[in-house]
Design a protein around this ligand. Structure first.
Ligand SMILES: [Zn+2]
Length: 63
């Protein structure tokens, strides 16, 4: 019986919400915010978003 190092549980639900970034002006918004709008549209009027890295969530803190 070999002693294995205990595997750390993989955090599967780390992401709070998917973050999207407008490809035109770079404004970031969350999927949650977009869901509140009648249509998926940036404040600049552009509708094309790209998915931003979820790691930015860590940098967003209460100012
Ligand atoms: Zn925009």
């Amino acid at each position: 019986m070999s002693t294995e190092a205990p595997k750390e549980p993989v955090p599967a639900k780390v992401f709070a919400a998917a973050v999207y970034e407008c490809v035109r002006c770079g404004t970031r918004t969350t999927q949650e915010e977009l869901a509140k709008l009648p249509e998926v549209k940036c404040i600049c009027g552009y509708r094309v978003f790209k998915k931003a890295r979820p790691s930015v969530v860590k940098q967003i803190k209460a100012i």
